[in-house]
Design a protein around this ligand. Structure first.
Ligand SMILES: CC(C)(COP(=O)(O)OP(=O)(O)OC[C@H]1O[C@@H](n2cnc3c(N)ncnc32)[C@H](O)[C@@H]1OP(=O)(O)O)[C@@H](O)C(=O)NCCC(=O)NCCS
Length: 298
């Protein structure tokens, strides 16, 4: 019987998520389903942007996508991010994932999206299909071994359910040259490796305030984003850096937070260029800015 290549239906989601969880979450020693981590991806409304290969009721291969708006360098554009590209072990090498990527790209091209982007540590699989590597992502690392740490985040911690999203979004717009507008479900994302997520704020209003998005996994804290007035950076960083034994920072070369954090001696940096791009209805040279925050990725 021949395999069918198609967009997912809401009824496919349970089976699909179990398969993808086994590969991308549990096999890597992580907890918490992709459905909880990326609620705006693995939901009935977004099923049409998930593609799969099915044979006799079994899902052999899949990928998930999410359409997003990007305001960068003063102009808006619309793209699609792709994640969880997967083929069942026994069926690898038959061209299934390549076929799904081609189908998804063609559909999104026809939908007039300008570009597709994904993040991978296996670029070779995608570059042979025309994807182009470009990323100014940086990963910072710091260990607090031997130093006292405070047991919890100290500054302005807000439970995400009582977050004033409009204010945080206003601070982002005021201080960021490139950003993806977020709605409440986007603030519910729980990107790996975090098991918990907190938002810290400092200051009043918008002009003089700042915030940090901080994930936690055991003794490791992950600073996914720190933005706002530069006066907010010292107290926000102090709170994050004292709350965990190990700190990871996701940032991009040249951002205001990266420039400020680069002055901290104990924080060491390495380039983390994970993004690959596929121009759809735009030239690669016309992509306005080539960094999408880790917190927004799928
Ligand atoms: C990566 C993956 C999706 C490929 O699926 P697949 O259906 O086997 O892919 P295809 O059959 O379309 O393509 C296979 C081709 O890609 C090549 N390929 C696979 N992984 C590669 C890699 N990491 N780097 C370079 N080439 C790679 C194979 O050598 C093969 O080449 P060939 O056609 O010249 O023989 C699959 O191996 C998988 O599910 N891996 C585990 C999950 C994962 O890591 N996903 C990627 C997350 S970014």
């Amino acid at each position: 019987m021949s395999a069918t290549v198609r967009a997912a239906l809401p009824a496919d989601l349970d089976k699909l998520v179990s398969l993808l969880d086994a590969e991308f979450i549990f096999a890597k020693g992580r907890q918490i389903s992709l459905a909880r981590r990326y609620p705006s991806v693995y939901c009935p409304e977004n099923a049409k942007n998930i593609f799969l290969v099915e044979e006799e009721g079994l899902i052999l291969s899949a990928l998930a996508a999410k359409i997003f708006d990007w305001n960068a360098d003063g102009r808006g554009c619309r793209g699609v991010m792709i994640g969880a590209v997967y083929t069942q072990t026994k069926r690898r090498g038959e061209g299934l994932a390549s076929q799904l990527l081609a189908m998804a790209s063609e559909k999104f091209r026809q939908d007039k999206l300008e570009f597709a982007v994904l993040w991978t540590d296996q670029p070779g699989f995608y570059t042979r299909l025309g994807w182009i590597a470009s990323d100014c992502g940086m990963l910072g690392k710091m260990d607090n071994d031997g130093r006292a740490t405070t047991p919890s985040l100290a500054v302005g911690k807000i439970p995400l359910e009582s977050l004033d999203i409009n204010r945080i979004e206003a601070i982002r717009r005021r201080w960021s040259s490139a950003y993806i507008p977020r709605r409440s479900e986007n603030y519910s994302q729980l990107p790996v490796p975090a098991d918990t997520m907190n938002l810290l704020t400092w200051g009043e209003g918008i002009e003089t305030a700042g915030y940090a998005i901080v994930g936690g996994r055991g003794e490791t804290g992950i600073l996914y984003e720190m933005a706002g007035h530069p006066d907010s950076f010292p107290p926000l960083w102090q709170s994050v850096s004292q709350a965990y034994r190990h700190i990871l920072v996701n940032d991009c070369q040249g951002s205001a937070s990266h420039r400020w954090l680069s002055r901290i001696d104990r924080l060491s940096w390495q380039a983390k260029p994970l993004a690959l791009w596929l121009p759809l209805n735009i030239g690669m040279a016309d992509l306005p800015h080539n960094y999408i925050p880790y917190f927004d990725r799928i």
